[in-house]
Design a protein around this ligand. Sequence first.
Ligand code: COA
Length: 178
Amino acid sequence: MCAIEVRPSIGTDRLVLRGPVAGDAPAITELANDPGVVGMLQTWPYPYELTHAEAWLAKVGRADPACRTDFVVEHRQFGVMGVVGVGAKDPARPELGYWLGRPFWGRGYATEAVSATLDWVKAGWRKKVVWAGHFADNAASGQVLCKAGFLYTGDVVTRPSLGRGGAATPSRMMVWLA
Ligand SMILES: CC(C)(COP(=O)(O)OP(=O)(O)OC[C@H]1O[C@@H](n2cnc3c(N)ncnc32)[C@H](O)[C@@H]1OP(=O)(O)O)[C@@H](O)C(=O)NCCC(=O)NCCS
Protein backbone atom coordinates (compact mmCIF):
# COMPACT_ATOMS: atom_id res chain seq x y z
CA MET A 1 0.00 0.00 0.00
CA CYS A 2 1.35 3.47 -0.80
CA ALA A 3 0.67 6.59 1.17
CA ILE A 4 0.22 9.63 -0.89
CA GLU A 5 -1.53 12.77 -1.94
CA VAL A 6 -3.96 12.49 -4.83
CA ARG A 7 -3.01 13.55 -8.31
CA PRO A 8 -2.11 17.25 -8.19
CA SER A 9 -1.73 19.84 -10.92
CA ILE A 10 1.82 21.09 -11.32
CA GLY A 11 2.86 24.38 -12.90
CA THR A 12 6.28 25.22 -14.34
CA ASP A 13 7.46 28.30 -16.24
CA ARG A 14 6.09 27.05 -19.55
CA LEU A 15 3.99 24.00 -18.73
CA VAL A 16 1.08 22.67 -16.73
CA LEU A 17 1.04 18.99 -15.75
CA ARG A 18 -2.53 17.97 -14.96
CA GLY A 19 -4.74 14.92 -14.64
CA PRO A 20 -5.85 13.41 -17.96
CA VAL A 21 -9.50 13.89 -18.98
CA ALA A 22 -11.62 12.13 -21.62
CA GLY A 23 -11.49 15.22 -23.87
CA ASP A 24 -7.71 14.74 -24.29
CA ALA A 25 -8.22 11.70 -26.55
CA PRO A 26 -8.07 13.46 -29.96
CA ALA A 27 -4.93 15.47 -29.14
CA ILE A 28 -3.17 12.46 -27.64
CA THR A 29 -4.08 10.35 -30.69
CA GLU A 30 -2.76 12.94 -33.14
CA LEU A 31 0.57 13.33 -31.32
CA ALA A 32 1.11 9.66 -30.44
CA ASN A 33 0.30 8.26 -33.88
CA ASP A 34 3.96 8.56 -34.86
CA PRO A 35 6.40 5.62 -34.97
CA GLY A 36 9.11 7.98 -33.70
CA VAL A 37 7.05 8.47 -30.55
CA VAL A 38 5.42 5.11 -29.76
CA GLY A 39 8.44 3.20 -31.11
CA MET A 40 10.30 4.49 -28.05
CA LEU A 41 7.62 3.18 -25.66
CA GLN A 42 6.74 -0.29 -24.42
CA THR A 43 2.96 -0.34 -24.36
CA TRP A 44 1.74 2.18 -26.94
CA PRO A 45 1.00 0.52 -30.31
CA TYR A 46 1.50 1.85 -33.82
CA PRO A 47 -0.69 2.88 -35.51
CA TYR A 48 -2.14 4.69 -32.52
CA GLU A 49 -5.85 5.26 -32.92
CA LEU A 50 -8.55 7.18 -31.07
CA THR A 51 -9.80 3.97 -29.43
CA HIS A 52 -6.31 3.40 -27.96
CA ALA A 53 -6.32 6.87 -26.42
CA GLU A 54 -9.84 6.41 -25.08
CA ALA A 55 -8.84 3.07 -23.51
CA TRP A 56 -5.68 4.59 -22.02
CA LEU A 57 -7.63 7.51 -20.55
CA ALA A 58 -10.19 5.13 -19.03
CA LYS A 59 -7.37 3.03 -17.56
CA VAL A 60 -5.51 5.94 -15.97
CA GLY A 61 -8.84 7.27 -14.69
CA ARG A 62 -9.32 3.99 -12.79
CA ALA A 63 -5.75 3.85 -11.44
CA ASP A 64 -5.19 4.25 -7.72
CA PRO A 65 -3.53 7.69 -7.51
CA ALA A 66 -1.70 6.49 -4.42
CA CYS A 67 0.25 4.04 -6.58
CA ARG A 68 0.26 5.50 -10.07
CA THR A 69 -0.01 9.03 -11.40
CA ASP A 70 -0.18 10.12 -15.02
CA PHE A 71 -0.11 13.73 -16.12
CA VAL A 72 -1.03 15.29 -19.42
CA VAL A 73 1.70 17.79 -20.25
CA GLU A 74 0.19 20.99 -21.55
CA HIS A 75 2.02 24.04 -22.85
CA ARG A 76 0.53 27.23 -21.44
CA GLN A 77 0.16 28.59 -24.98
CA PHE A 78 0.11 25.60 -27.34
CA GLY A 79 -2.00 23.11 -25.38
CA VAL A 80 -1.50 19.34 -25.06
CA MET A 81 2.06 18.20 -25.84
CA GLY A 82 2.33 14.71 -24.35
CA VAL A 83 2.27 12.64 -21.22
CA VAL A 84 4.43 11.88 -18.19
CA GLY A 85 3.62 9.20 -15.63
CA VAL A 86 5.15 7.42 -12.69
CA GLY A 87 4.07 4.25 -10.94
CA ALA A 88 4.30 0.49 -10.89
CA LYS A 89 2.59 -2.67 -9.75
CA ASP A 90 5.28 -2.84 -7.08
CA PRO A 91 4.95 0.43 -5.12
CA ALA A 92 8.54 0.06 -3.95
CA ARG A 93 9.75 0.32 -7.53
CA PRO A 94 7.95 3.20 -9.28
CA GLU A 95 9.07 3.73 -12.85
CA LEU A 96 8.92 6.92 -14.91
CA GLY A 97 7.65 7.10 -18.48
CA TYR A 98 6.99 10.03 -20.81
CA TRP A 99 6.62 11.21 -24.36
CA LEU A 100 6.07 14.46 -26.22
CA GLY A 101 4.68 14.94 -29.70
CA ARG A 102 7.28 15.57 -32.39
CA PRO A 103 6.44 19.30 -32.91
CA PHE A 104 7.60 19.94 -29.35
CA TRP A 105 10.97 18.18 -29.36
CA GLY A 106 14.29 19.92 -28.87
CA ARG A 107 13.26 22.85 -26.69
CA GLY A 108 13.83 21.47 -23.21
CA TYR A 109 10.16 20.68 -22.56
CA ALA A 110 10.71 17.03 -21.60
CA THR A 111 13.45 17.97 -19.14
CA GLU A 112 11.14 20.61 -17.65
CA ALA A 113 8.23 18.15 -17.34
CA VAL A 114 10.34 15.30 -15.94
CA SER A 115 12.08 17.57 -13.42
CA ALA A 116 8.73 18.94 -12.22
CA THR A 117 7.38 15.40 -11.88
CA LEU A 118 10.40 14.38 -9.79
CA ASP A 119 9.98 17.46 -7.56
CA TRP A 120 6.43 16.26 -6.90
CA VAL A 121 7.53 12.67 -6.37
CA LYS A 122 9.92 13.87 -3.68
CA ALA A 123 7.81 16.52 -1.95
CA GLY A 124 4.23 15.36 -2.62
CA TRP A 125 4.51 11.63 -3.08
CA ARG A 126 7.40 11.27 -0.63
CA LYS A 127 9.13 8.60 -2.69
CA LYS A 128 12.88 8.38 -2.45
CA VAL A 129 13.65 6.36 -5.54
CA VAL A 130 12.35 6.26 -9.11
CA TRP A 131 13.45 3.92 -11.90
CA ALA A 132 13.46 4.54 -15.62
CA GLY A 133 14.62 2.74 -18.72
CA HIS A 134 15.20 3.99 -22.22
CA PHE A 135 15.72 1.95 -25.37
CA ALA A 136 19.39 1.81 -26.23
CA ASP A 137 18.77 3.62 -29.52
CA ASN A 138 17.03 6.53 -27.77
CA ALA A 139 19.95 8.75 -26.75
CA ALA A 140 17.73 11.84 -26.46
CA SER A 141 15.72 10.20 -23.69
CA GLY A 142 18.92 9.16 -21.93
CA GLN A 143 20.03 12.78 -22.05
CA VAL A 144 16.70 13.96 -20.60
CA LEU A 145 17.03 11.49 -17.74
CA CYS A 146 20.67 12.44 -17.08
CA LYS A 147 19.73 16.13 -17.01
CA ALA A 148 16.93 15.36 -14.54
CA GLY A 149 19.38 13.60 -12.21
CA PHE A 150 19.09 9.91 -13.13
CA LEU A 151 22.18 7.70 -13.17
CA TYR A 152 22.78 4.55 -15.22
CA THR A 153 22.65 1.34 -13.17
CA GLY A 154 24.65 -0.57 -15.78
CA ASP A 155 21.78 -2.99 -16.34
CA VAL A 156 20.48 -3.55 -19.87
CA VAL A 157 17.20 -5.46 -20.01
CA THR A 158 15.23 -6.58 -23.03
CA ARG A 159 11.74 -5.15 -23.21
CA PRO A 160 9.04 -5.41 -25.87
CA SER A 161 7.88 -2.34 -27.77
CA LEU A 162 4.33 -2.46 -29.08
CA GLY A 163 5.20 0.58 -31.19
CA ARG A 164 7.76 -1.66 -32.95
CA GLY A 165 5.26 -4.48 -33.41
CA GLY A 166 6.25 -6.11 -30.13
CA ALA A 167 9.96 -6.34 -30.97
CA ALA A 168 12.24 -7.20 -28.06
CA THR A 169 14.38 -4.12 -27.57
CA PRO A 170 17.37 -3.53 -25.29
CA SER A 171 16.64 -0.98 -22.60
CA ARG A 172 19.23 0.84 -20.48
CA MET A 173 18.10 1.10 -16.86
CA MET A 174 18.53 4.23 -14.77
CA VAL A 175 17.73 5.25 -11.22
CA TRP A 176 17.01 8.56 -9.48
CA LEU A 177 17.38 9.10 -5.74
CA ALA A 178 15.54 11.93 -4.00
C1 COA B 1 12.85 11.85 -25.83
C2 COA B 1 11.96 13.08 -25.76
C3 COA B 1 11.05 12.98 -24.55
C4 COA B 1 12.84 14.31 -25.64
O1 COA B 1 12.01 15.46 -25.51
P1 COA B 1 12.64 16.92 -25.68
O2 COA B 1 11.64 17.90 -25.17
O3 COA B 1 13.14 17.07 -27.06
O4 COA B 1 13.87 16.82 -24.66
P2 COA B 1 14.75 18.04 -24.14
O5 COA B 1 14.74 19.14 -25.17
O6 COA B 1 14.33 18.36 -22.74
O7 COA B 1 16.19 17.37 -24.06
C5 COA B 1 16.66 16.55 -25.12
C6 COA B 1 18.16 16.38 -24.98
O8 COA B 1 18.57 15.30 -25.79
C7 COA B 1 19.57 15.74 -26.67
N1 COA B 1 19.45 14.96 -27.88
C8 COA B 1 18.51 15.05 -28.83
N2 COA B 1 18.74 14.12 -29.78
C9 COA B 1 19.84 13.44 -29.39
C10 COA B 1 20.56 12.36 -29.93
N3 COA B 1 20.20 11.79 -31.08
N4 COA B 1 21.65 11.92 -29.27
C11 COA B 1 22.04 12.48 -28.10
N5 COA B 1 21.36 13.51 -27.51
C12 COA B 1 20.28 13.97 -28.17
C13 COA B 1 19.31 17.21 -26.85
O9 COA B 1 20.46 17.89 -27.32
C14 COA B 1 18.93 17.59 -25.42
O10 COA B 1 20.06 17.67 -24.58
P3 COA B 1 20.78 19.08 -24.22
O11 COA B 1 19.73 19.96 -23.62
O12 COA B 1 21.85 18.68 -23.25
O13 COA B 1 21.31 19.63 -25.51
C15 COA B 1 11.08 13.22 -27.03
O14 COA B 1 11.92 13.20 -28.16
C16 COA B 1 10.08 12.11 -27.16
O15 COA B 1 8.98 12.19 -26.60
N6 COA B 1 10.43 11.04 -27.92
C17 COA B 1 9.52 9.91 -28.17
C18 COA B 1 9.10 9.19 -26.89
C19 COA B 1 10.25 8.88 -25.97
O16 COA B 1 11.36 8.67 -26.39
N7 COA B 1 9.92 8.81 -24.66
C20 COA B 1 10.89 8.41 -23.67
C21 COA B 1 10.88 6.93 -23.52
S1 COA B 1 12.14 6.36 -22.41
